[in-house]
Design a protein around this ligand. Sequence first.
Ligand SMILES: [Zn+2]
Length: 145
Amino acid sequence: MKKPPKLTKAPLAPGIEVKTSLIDGKGCFATAPFKKGRKIAEYVGEKISRREIARRLKGRRRIHICGINSYWAIDGRDTGNGTQYINHSCQPNCFVRIMHEHIIFFAKRDIAPGEEILLDYEESYHTDKKLCQCGAPNCRGKINK
Ligand SMILES: [Zn+2]
């Protein structure tokens, strides 16, 4: 049998670190200030197709797959730069833009060093039943919008 290619972990993106999250598992934290509107980092990892996405979603509780479009996605689980640990919050401090098939995180407001970087996933590969535990006052109770 052919051995799968060895996956190489990307270096941590500048200005972030990974440590225990206040919300779930590991989280992504700012180590530098990010001004509102500034790019934080790109979501990097393995580019996978729809069929592979479906295969990987089976039985995984933690999902690190971020969609580019209806066909392609990036799986940052083993090869991400730290941004794969960005947790969902209903009161996020970052947002995502997809530009030429690159997934880029931007600061939604000024972010201070030490803050956990949080994104509203809106439409994720989680099921619509997956409950949210972000703790925000405006929490909608579910991860998907
Ligand atoms: Zn919530």
